[in-house]
Design a protein around this ligand. Structure first.
Ligand code: NI
Length: 254
């Protein structure tokens, strides 16, 4: 069994065919899906899906690329959602200096707000980090007792242990399967197995040989298979251990 720890079944790309996509995931050993929200609409939709499907759980938060638009009233609108029994995480949140370099201060403020909420609620953080490894680490290291996920980790192999030392998990997705995915392959080798997770980030980041096509949760299997190959251990070990890690982190009982 596998758990896709980061999938956007709540995004418009799946509006037409979400039932089929979920069915294919189940057929490919993906038995639990964590649907990650990133704005008002997708937070709500994640919860709707969690209400509809027993094996779907939701997380809620605001994406860093929207930081300049988020106001107090937006933040307040998140609180009632946290009471839902199937909301199991905060995010995705974080820092993205690839798409937005103009609102760095606002991104950092919003990220800190999510971190503090995660600590207060005792829910794991779903962290998005793009072209912002140093800044993300510098924000996180000021906190203690963190739990959460460096989602589709794109930092260096050298920095991965720093995030792990803060208490965080490293999640790998499609890029670990890319032929030129040298860095994620290196990361796949060194992350302690009890801190490793797998995800798709679907509809984005489709693994090889579907690179460039719309991704879906069924393909998390390709990610787990590639990690098993890299670590030279059986696939079933990666499947079992990443599942165990995810269940524990999200507090989900099988
Ligand atoms: Ni995402």
């Amino acid at each position: 069994m596998l758990i896709d720890t980061h999938v956007h079944l709540n995004s418009h790309q799946f509006e037409e065919n979400v039932d089929e996509v979920i069915k294919r995931a189940l057929e490919n050993d993906v038995k639990i899906m964590i649907v990650v929200g990133f704005d008002h609409k997708t937070n709500k939709r994640a919860i709707e899906l969690a209400d509809e499907y027993e094996f779907i759980y939701a997380t809620v938060g605001f994406h860093p690329t929207d930081a300049s638009k988020i106001e107090e009233s937006d933040k307040e609108a998140l609180f009632p959602l946290l009471k839902h029994p199937k909301v199991v995480g905060i995010g995705e949140c974080g820092l993205d200096f690839y798409w937005d370099k103009e609102h760095i201060d606002k991104q950092i403020d919003l990220f800190k707000w999510h971190i503090e909420l995660s600590l207060k609620q005792d829910l794991p953080l779903i962290i998005h980090m793009r072209d912002a490894s140093e800044a993300t680490y510098n924000v996180l290291k000021e906190y203690q007792g963190l739990k959460g996920i460096m989602h589709c980790y794109s930092g260096s192999a050298e920095m991965a242990p720093l995030f792990i030392d803060l208490g965080l998990h490293i999640s790998l997705g499609g890029p670990v399967t890319f032929k030129n995915g040298r860095v994620p392959k290196e990361v796949a080798k060194i992350v302690p197995i009890n801190r490793l997770l797998v995800e798709t980030d679907a509809p984005y980041l489709s693994p090889h040989p579907f690179r460039g096509k719309q991704n879906e949760p069924a393909r998390v299997k390709l990610v787990a298979e590639e990690i098993a190959r890299i670590r030279e251990i059986p696939y079933i070990e990666i499947a079992n251990q990443t599942t165990k890690n995810a269940l524990q982190l999200f507090g989900i009982k099988e």
